[in-house]
Design a protein around this ligand. Structure first.
Ligand SMILES: [Zn+2]
Length: 152
């Protein structure tokens, strides 16, 4: 797959399980709530304009009120039903989170506390080195390359 590679500044986190370095960068999910999902078997992230538009529709229907969280959860799940296979293989998941590239163990989202309101309004997207940010088309998708700034 001819994906463009995008280099971004990032940080290093020691894996809580194996202690090896996890290189990652963050992107802001600027207009929350916007649906994004981590792959269940890897660190690829799905973030599509077409899903954002579905949320806008729900907000428009709510006419200025904040849509009910149950309604948003159902929308998130409905979007998940209609997603392509992740580049790393497998599906995306509502509660899937980043995994250590070394030991492959998943760091539980929000310490394992499944708070749907928090999840729907999550402003930060974590991109681990080598992960693919999947957009609406292959042309607009990219693989992240994390560059660590060193203070020497
Ligand atoms: Zn690890």
């Amino acid at each position: 797959m001819g994906l463009q590679e995008l280099e971004r500044d990032g940080w290093i986190l020691a894996c809580p399980f194996c202690g090896k370095d996890i290189r990652y960068t963050l992107i802001n999910n600027q207009q929350i709530p916007v649906p994004f999902f981590y792959a269940e078997n890897g660190n690829d992230v799905l973030l599509r304009k077409q899903d954002e538009l579905k949320v806008e529709e729900v907000f428009r229907d709510a006419q200025g009120a904040t849509p009910n969280i149950d309604l948003l959860e159902r929308l998130w799940l409905r979007i998940l039903e209609d997603t392509p296979e992740a580049p790393c293989g497998g599906k995306y998941g509502l509660w899937a989170n980043v995994k250590c590239p070394n030991c492959t163990r998943e760091i539980p989202y929000n310490d394992g506390i499944r708070n749907i309101s928090r999840r729907v309004n999550e402003p930060k997207i974590v991109l681990v080195d080598g992960a693919v940010l999947v957009r609406d088309s292959v042309e607009s998708s990219w693989r992240v390359k994390v560059k660590i700034k060193t203070n020497t």
